[in-house]
Design a protein around this ligand. Structure first.
Ligand code: FUC
Length: 775
């Protein structure tokens, strides 16, 4: 039996090389979902627990539960307005004549995506829909008296969340985790003394059927506006004590151990055009039956082994202060007051990896703006898939931090957008290939958003395609490149080949265009040009790997080399638009025109020093603030500019503790007490962008050279990192002292060759017959 076979693996995988204590912990229960509750997940379900003494509150959502889409409105058509393309020549002509205002008005009238809103919809996003919470469990613990020694924690080494306290001389303990292999969440309650519990489930959705059968509490519901069915089951099979059920409440009496195994599924399937899975109920039962063959300890060990296998691939040790004896909320405050705490920085790094493992596993839905953690039916920005920075940033650390398989849900999601994205590209621009604009949902919405300028960004598909190339580049999986990546990349390149037009100097430009969410209409937003360059360049590299040389590759080469290159403007800045109109006092959160520096690689310190200098001028002008993700992105930019101290300053700004939960678009980013990133409100992008920023400070490989410590800040004078990935499929360990590399190891295929930059010297290397090279 699988569970037994896994028992011995635990001893191998539970060992973590991290010397830091990697625990988030608090001496009081959470009172606020967004800022204090702690996240757990099994890839499918994301849950947040509060840890109340008298009553536990566990909120959860399942990634595929969405409102809106085709079943909410028979006219739903991926946002497409047929025939819009007829107005494209007119917009272009107006821009040529310098009639910018008229051109902008025509775009606003004709090139906004269709959306229907109204009271009958679950969210303000109408038939576009929004990610949905499934509901909340409230678990009353019947004990009286004051609690002492209270602790609520999340241990990243074991992956286990715990709540523990005493009442009098009796101790109580809860252990929670999300087990991906068995597709279950597990909530385990134990006490020295027989205890009574009451369990209630509340869902904001319509109840179809609620009942108790065998050892299982079952709730079947549906989303009001699209009728999407879902089912959640709580199995009490492993609970001692008496179990009874009345009027929606499960009563457990006299249990020393109460064990709740929790599953959930929905009628959604990520498949164009109807997105339905009619078999979800029987699939849910299979999950339950399979899990029923395992004891609590089996599930726990299966989880620890599965989690540990991924988590322990990377360890980070930074010498210096480590205040892990202080609760995390206190540490965060002290850090904001200027206390150094490299332990907290390491905790933030590994927390991002924990969130990736808990929120994104093969065959689960892609993470959204909040990963898998959403407690609302009308969440901020629909908790959707934003393509103008957010979704990509969420997945930046996947390859870098050796969690390549966690990247897959996003890559599958990209694939699901191709067909509707082709229809949208034809309808709006009569263009070849596929596009995706700023906001994408679970149902193939790839049209421009319903407002301009924020909604107009056909560059989404090209940027997404970078992730397909990177997945190949970090893994060398040629089959993946050939069968999945290249066809999708090629079609997003073909979009640009047909959308770009020649300007007065014969250069190819994007007309009309808008720099993401900033400024007005343009005859060439730099980010568009850089994305087009990037996807064409990646296609050319992919074709070389696959041995393809044809009409497409020849065109790709010609078009790439004729795109208007990044321009340096009047104050030495990198221009955000073809028009030299950048304002040196502008602090806008988006820094889109630096795409070519990061995550692109058209601009670099060594190959294009003048452009890198201009990028630096622009970055200086934008400042060190912004929303959470904006600070995180700036960390990555400064790392690419080899300025470790400045990157670290941005990291400190990202870790700035924030208590407010409202929406703020300006300069209020930071981190909540539960270490989730503050946009505000909560968005996962800043967590993940921060992790990627840390990696970019320690290791870069985008130039084809493995560069060790390219942007080491003074405060990280000595340390060690193991298991990072580099392009070419390499795995890299680095140890450093006094700012200099002292030892390291590169792993890969036997006899594989590469180049490595150690202490500013580039040298070629060849792995030995075991596939290693140590220095
Ligand atoms: C983009 C950003 C906002 C926010 C939203 C989800 O629109 O400009 O700051 O992150 O995505």
């Amino acid at each position: 039996m699988k569970f037994k076979a896994l028992l011995f693996l635990i001893s191998i995988y539970s060992y973590s090389q991290d010397k830091h204590d990697l625990t988030l912990w608090y001496s009081q229960p959470a009172t606020n979902w967004m800022t204090e509750a702690l996240p757990i997940g099994n890839g499918y379900i994301g849950a947040m627990f509060f840890g109340g003494v008298q009553e536990e509150h566990i909120q959860f959502s399942e990634g595929t539960l969405w409102s809106g889409g085709p079943d909410s409105n028979p006219n739903y058509n991926f946002g497409i307005k047929e025939g819009a393309y007829k107005y494209l020549p007119e917009v272009r002509a107006l821009l040529k004549e310098g009639k910018t205002r008229e051109a902008d008005q025509l775009v606003k009238a004709k090139f906004t995506g269709a959306i229907e809103t109204g009271l009958r919809y679950n969210s303000e996003f109408g038939d576009y829909g929004a990610q949905q919470t499934m509901g909340d469990f409230f678990i009353k613990v019947n004990h009286t008296g004051e609690a002492s020694n209270y602790k609520r924690s999340l241990n990243l080494k074991t992956g286990l969340a715990e709540v523990s306290y005493n009442i009098g001389d009796k101790s109580y303990k809860r252990t929670y985790f999300g087990d991906y292999p068995s597709k279950v969440m597990v909530y385990h309650f134990e006490a020295d003394v027989k205890t009574d519990y009451e369990i209630r489930f509340r869902s904001p959705h319509a109840r179809v059927r609620e009942y108790f059968e065998g050892d299982n509490y079952i709730f079947q519901g549906k989303v009001a506006d699209n009728g999407m069915g879902f089912e959640t089951i709580l199995s009490l099979k492993r609970t001692d004590g008496d179990i009874s059920y009345k009027n929606g409440v499960v009563y457990v009496k006299g249990a020393k151990a109460m064990n709740l195994v929790h599953i959930a599924d929905t009628a959604f399937e990520l498949s164009y055009p109807d997105y339905n899975n009619p078999n979800f109920r029987s699939e849910n039962r299979e999950v339950l039956n399979h899990a029923d063959s395992a004891s609590y300890n089996d599930l726990k060990q299966e989880y620890r082994s599965d989690y540990g296998k991924l988590f322990n691939r990377v360890s980070l040790n930074l010498h210096g202060a480590d205040f892990s004896n202080d609760p995390t909320d206190i540490r965060l405050k002290n850090y904001a007051d200027g206390h150094q705490d490299t332990g907290l920085e390491t905790l933030f790094f590994q927390y991002g990896r924990y969130l990736m493992i808990s929120g994104s596993r093969p065959n689960t839905m892609s993470m959204h703006l909040q990963g898998k953690w959403n407690d609302a039916t009308n969440p901020a920005w629909a908790a959707d898939y934003h393509s103008n920075i957010n979704l990509q940033m969420i997945y930046w650390p996947a390859e870098l931090t050796n969690l390549s398989e966690c990247h897959e849900p996003f890559l599958d999601y990209i694939e699901s957008l191709v067909k509707p994205g082709e229809l949208a590209a034809k309808a709006y621009f009569n263009a070849d290939g596929w596009m995706a604009n700023t906001m994408c949902n679970a149902f193939g919405y790839t049209s421009p958003g319903w407002g301009i300028p924020w909604g107009f960004f056909p560059g989404g598909a090209g940027w997404f395609s970078q992730h397909l190339w990177d997945h190949y580049d970090f893994t060398n999986d040629k089959e993946f490149l050939q069968d999945k990546a290249f066809p999708i990349m090629k079609e997003s390149a073909r979009f640009w080949i047909s959308y770009l037009t020649e300007d007065e100097n014969g250069k190819l430009v994007s007309v009309p265009s808008y720099s993401p969410e900033h400024g007005g209409i343009s005859s060439g937003a730099s980010m568009d040009h850089q994305i087009a360059w990037d996807v064409l360049n990646n296609c050319i590299k992919a074709a070389e790997v696959l041995g393809i040389e044809d009409e497409f590759t020849r065109t790709a080469l010609r078009v790439r080399d004729n795109i208007l290159p990044p321009q340096i403007g009047s104050w030495g800045q990198l221009q955000e638009w073809k028009e030299d109109v950048d304002d040196p006092n502008n602090k806008h959160r988006h820094v889109s025109h630096l795409f070519a520096l990061h995550p692109g690689n058209q601009i670099s310190m060594t190959k294009t020093p003048e452009l890198a200098k201009a990028a630096r001028v622009s970055l200086e002008a934008r400042g060190d603030g912004g929303t959470g993700w904006s600070r995180a992105w700036k960390m990555n930019f400064w790392a690419r500019l080899n300025d470790g101290n400045r990157a670290h300053k941005l990291f400190q700004n990202l870790l700035k503790v924030v208590e407010a939960t409202g929406m703020d678009m300006e300069n209020s980013g930071g981190t909540y007490a539960n270490l989730l990133c503050t946009h505000p409100p909560f968005q996962l992008d800043g967590n993940m962008g921060g992790v990627s920023g840390i990696v970019e400070m320690l290791l870069q490989s985008q130039s084809g050279i493995i560069e060790l410590l390219p942007a080491l800040p003074d405060v990280w004078e000595s340390g060690e990192i193991k298991g990072l990935k580099a392009r070419g499929g390499f795995e890299v360990d680095i140890k450093w002292n006094n700012g200099k590399v002292v030892a390291g190891l590169i792993k890969g295929k036997p006899f594989q060759k590469g180049r490595v930059k150690i202490n500013n010297k580039v040298k070629p290397f060849k792995l030995n017959s075991k596939g290693t090279y140590s220095f």
